[in-house]
Write a protein that binds this ligand. Structure first.
Ligand SMILES: [Zn+2]
Ligand SMILES: [Zn+2]
Length: 234
């Protein structure tokens, strides 16, 4: 689905309305997150719908290593030979060397996301492992994006800024499903740190579009939403 020129996105109901983003800066395609194991072919179909070929996929970046964001990576890497990136803390999970950090079984709001919390609490979070080519840190660049370190949801959570589009892609730092808030409490390892990361993003100033990991993207006025959410009590 097209959000604006150069930005398409895909949606998967499982995992709490999880989203992935395809960015075309005229040189090649950069993918942010890859949905589930079975979604790789859908992402390739969307690349064709953009008038591009799978071989145009140059970069695959993970916001963080939770199952619903990384499953399709192995298949996409195999089919396109794109370079795969993430924060170094998340790399071992994506590569299958260790499991995601468990969360509490105790239900926390929003209850609509509880089945996802439950899966991460009991360790039902397997995915097809994918080798990481390169780790990322603050102020690195991939394709049109500048990398922003936004820990809290997990220690290696990354956000991405595309200045020309006034677009921020924030993974699970904020969610818009089932309501707009600074992260799901039941799946965020450090809520206080996550809200600090929202504050960091709200200082960017020039942000219209905010693409989130769960729920529909915010198409306009993103900076106002970020400023409001940085006041969220934890
Ligand atoms: Zn997550
Ligand atoms: Zn998520």
């Amino acid at each position: 689905m097209k959000l604006t020129d150069g930005i398409h996105y895909l949606h998967q109901n499982m995992g709490g309305h999880v989203h992935a983003f395809l960015l075309d800066d005229g040189n090649g395609i950069t993918l942010i997150d890859a949905l589930y194991d079975t979604d790789g072919h859908r992402i390739l179909d969307e690349i064709r719908a953009m008038g591009r070929q799978p071989s145009d996929l140059k970069n695959i970046i993970a916001t963080h290593a939770h199952r619903s964001h990384i499953g399709g990576m192995a298949e996409l890497k195999r089919q396109t030979n794109a370079t795969v990136y993430c924060h170094e803390w998340e790399a071992g999970i994506i590569e299958g060397q260790r499991k995601s950090t468990r969360v509490s079984l105790w239900p926390k709001p929003p209850l609509a996301a509880y089945y996802t919390q439950f899966g991460l609490a009991i360790g039902f979070d397997g995915h097809k492992p994918c080798l990481i080519d390169q780790s990322l840190k603050e102020a690195d660049h991939v394709g049109p994006l500048t990398i922003v370190s936004t820990p809290g949801h997990t220690p290696g959570c990354l956000s991405f800024y595309w200045p020309e589009k006034k677009a921020l892609f924030v993974g699970d730092v904020i969610v818009t499903w089932p309501r707009v808030e600074a992260g799901w409490a039941g799946l965020t390892l450090d809520m206080r740190q996550n809200v600090q990361s929202v504050g960091k993003l709200s200082d960017f100033g020039d942000v219209e579009i905010v693409g989130v990991g769960h729920g529909e993207p915010i198409p306009h006025g993103g900076i106002e939403v970020l400023k409001k959410l940085r006041e969220q009590k934890v």
